[in-house]
Design a protein around this ligand. Sequence first.
Ligand code: 13P
Length: 248
Amino acid sequence: MSRRIVAAGNWKMNKTPAEARELIAELTPLVKSDEKDVIFCVPAIDIVPALEAADGTNIKIGAQNMYFEESGAYTGEISPQMLTDVGVEYVILGHSERRGYFHETNEDINRKALKAFEHGITPIICCGESLEQREQGITIDWIRQQIKVAFQNVSAEDASKAIVAYEPIWAIGTGKTATTEQAQEVCGAIRALIKELYGDSVAEEIRILYGGSVNAKTAPDLFAQPDIDGGLVGGASLKAEFGDIVKA
Ligand code: 13P
């Protein structure tokens, strides 16, 4: 079994196109790696300049969202072909901020995931529980439901290429990282569910990330867990510290 580690940055709504070029130039020497996938998921308007700035480096550029229709009257949305046309290979889907602020449902995320696969884009499918749900003891049930719906009608071949990110909402941007035990428990439960749905080989191949206040200190232990194949990093992906996370 040899899953490639993923170090993905989620820039969220940060950095103008000019700042994106600068940050990529600054981080390029720090995130060099032959054995890991390094992905920067940038705001839509930064995608093209980021691709140009990352040309010839090991950095891949991803989007933070995508719509599930091919084209048409959907003001403000971005289609899969717009992403593939410029060379985007990854898209974050169902981030908790999109679920929370923009009311995205598990069903929306499923439609987007199916569309992404249809266009050969690898979705980074996010899931995660609130603090209230964790305290109620329903974390695993909640995550299983999110993942089950997100993967509805996704073929085994596509599922094996997907990336799932477990991001407990209470750990996002709070400086409060989940313990390695908490993160491994949920990532292990996600892999077990994928095994139930698709069998052993898909469960062995799919990559599962942890996200939520990952920093250079917490990354080494988290990434050493058997079911954690890397991280989806917010705040720390905008700094030189991301280089240390990639090395973790
Ligand atoms: P932080 O690393 O800033 O907590 O954000 C995590 C996240 O939401 C990544 O998608």
